[in-house]
Structures are given as structure tokens and as C-alpha cells.
Design a protein around this ligand. Structure first.
Ligand SMILES: [Fe+2]
Length: 300
């Protein structure tokens, strides 16, 4: 019977995602492309790059098979900035089969806009083909791991570009869990041989709501697989905090970002802002602050 260590080593020996990370572009600090930003990103339809924004992240579902203003926005964005895709519809944990039509369209989008990697969430978003428009948590157990690893291997083979999974925020522990979230996530990353989009705000929100140490959580992840980071604001609702992307990033989340950056060097960091939009200058200030954290961290 293999020891835990030899099992981990044999998994790593057969992996090649980490060796591919070096060849991915260093994108810097980016912003999620939202229609609310159109007037600032493309004022009077002029194509001028904003120096504080190094790249843009899109939700592919907002652009697949959609023309008109959405398609025009994406073409303008692509003419100025590198684009990265962050999807919501793969529904990795669902018992639903993968949607091949969706994957085919996603691959086409990725190729058309020279997207260097793509990501989706470690969750389920559909039941019996009905999309629930929410990121729902999974039971952290071996059966779920096996199910998701099989799907990720297929997705990476189909799209032929590096794939990242993102840790979500969740507000209840699903029954039938036999391990913690860090163990669950690490197993999937290594057995599927994919990358991690580490959302530091989600780590903070979960740590507060479920009473665990966010630093220990981060320490228990295979940080060499972090390609991208998300950072965002959240809101206090009675005795819980909710991942709203609707307020400024708070100091403890920046501190968690600094902690991650002291241990690994991601290819890209993204500020997520999806509601309660402030003056655009405030968002630019947040991007500048994130860059200060990046430059303040000594070379690893
Ligand atoms: Fe995120």
C-alpha cells in the first residue's frame, strides 16, 4: 500500500501543468469587463488604453453567440487589452453531463480572442440541465473529487488551453463531507493536473463564516498551481459576511493577498467589482493599491 507521501510524489511525477505555467504570459493587474465600465474604458468610442489596467477578464456566457453591443464591447476590449475567460456554466460538480455545445462555443471564443487560460468555479450551477444562476457548494468527499477530476481532464483535452478552478464562497457545509475544503481542492488540482484561481476574498469570507484560519487554508493548497488571483470586497449581513463584489477591498483581505504573494508569484491578479459601482477613479485607485502590494513583495 502506498504511503501518503509516495502517492503525492507519484501524482506530481505524472503532472505537467506546473511546467506549462512558466510559459504563460505575466499579465499584471486587471479588471472584470462589465457594461457599466463602457463609458470609462471606451469614452466616446475612443480606443485609449488605461495604464492602470493591464488586462480584462470576461464572463464568456455574456459573449457566446451574442452579437450587438456585447460583441462590439469585446472587440474593442480585445483591441486594447489581453483577455482572460472566467466562466460560470461548466457546473463541474453537477451530475449533469458536460455541455458539448457550450464547450465548443467556449473553445471558439478562446481561440478568437487569443485567451491564454480559462477558468470556472469549484461548485455546481445546474440540476437536470436547468441553470440555477448561483454557485452552489459541493460535498468535500472522494466521490465528488473523482467526478470532477474526470470532467476537468475532458475539458482540458477538449479546449487545449490551461484550465483553472476557483475556490467559491459558501454559506453552509454540504452533508457527506469527509475532508476539509483545502484537502478537497488540493486533491482535485493534483489529480486533474489543472491550475488554481485563488480568490483571496472568498478565503477570507469562508474563514470568517466557518471559523477557520485563512493562513492555514492557504498553506494547505498546492500554491505552485496558482496562476491567477481574485480580490474583491464583501458585505456584512447580520452575523455573516457575504461575497458581494459590491464594496471596496478591506485591509485584512489585502493582508491575505500579501501573504499569498510572499509564497507564490501568480501570472495575474484581478479586481472583481460587480455592483454598487463607485466613481471609476476609486476603482483605478484600488488597482494602484494592488500593484503596490505586488511590487512590495520581494522576489521569491
Ligand atoms: Fe472570484
Amino acid at each position: 500500500m502506498k504511503t501518503k507521501l509516495s502517492l503525492r510524489n507519484s501524482i506530481l511525477a505524472n503532472t505537467n501543468f506546473c511546467s506549462r505555467i512558466n510559459s504563460l504570459p505575466d499579465l499584471g493587474v486587471g479588471l472584470g469587463l462589465r457594461r457599466e465600465f463602457d463609458q470609462y474604458l471606451f469614452p466616446e468610442n475612443k480606443l485609449l488604453k488605461i495604464p492602470e489596467i493591464n488586462w480584462l477578464e470576461i464572463v464568456p456566457e455574456n459573449y457566446i453567440n451574442i452579437g450587438g453591443k456585447a460583441s462590439a464591447r469585446l472587440r474593442k476590449a480585445h483591441s486594447l487589452y489581453p483577455i482572460i475567460s472566467h466562466g460560470v456554466n461548466l457546473s463541474l460538480g453537477s451530475s449533469d453531463e458536460l455541455n458539448i455545445d457550450y464547450l465548443t462555443s467556449l473553445k471558439q471564443l478562446i481561440n478568437q480572442y487569443n485567451i491564454a487560460w480559462f477558468s470556472d468555479h469549484l461548485c455546481f450551477t445546474s440540476i437536470d440541465g436547468v441553470y440555477l444562476h448561483d454557485l452552489l457548494p459541493l460535498p468535500f468527499n472522494e466521490a465528488t473529487i473523482k467526478h470532477i477530476v474526470k470532467k476537468i481532464k475532458f475539458i482540458q483535452g477538449f479546449i487545449e488551453q490551461p484550465f483553472l478552478i476557483e475556490n467559491i464562497s459558501y454559506y453552509m457545509m454540504m452533508p457527506y463531507s469527509t475532508m476539509n475544503e483545502a484537502q478537497f481542492t488540493a486533491q482535485i488540482l493534483e489529480r486533474a493536473d489543472c491550475g488554481l484561481l485563488l480568490d483571496v476574498n472568498n478565503v477570507y469570507v469562508n474563514a470568517q463564516n466557518h471559523n477557520f484560519d485563512p493562513h492555514k487554508f492557504i498553506d494547505n493548497l498546492p500554491l505552485e498551481r496558482v496562476v491567477q488571483i481574485h480580490i474583491a470586497g464583501h458585505s456584512q449581513k447580520q452575523d455573516m459576511i457575504i461575497d458581494t463584489h459590491g464594496s471596496p477591498v478591506i485591509k485584512p483581505v489585502y493582508e491575505l493577498l500579501a501573504y499569498v504573494l510572499s509564497k507564490t508569484k501568480p501570472k495575474a491578479i484581478l479586481l472583481e467589482r460587480d455592483q454598487n459601482f463607485p466613481p471609476f477613479g476609486d476603482i483605478i485607485d484600488e488597482l494602484k493599491l494592488i500593484k503596490q502590494f505586488v511590487t512590495a513583495v520581494p522576489e521569491i
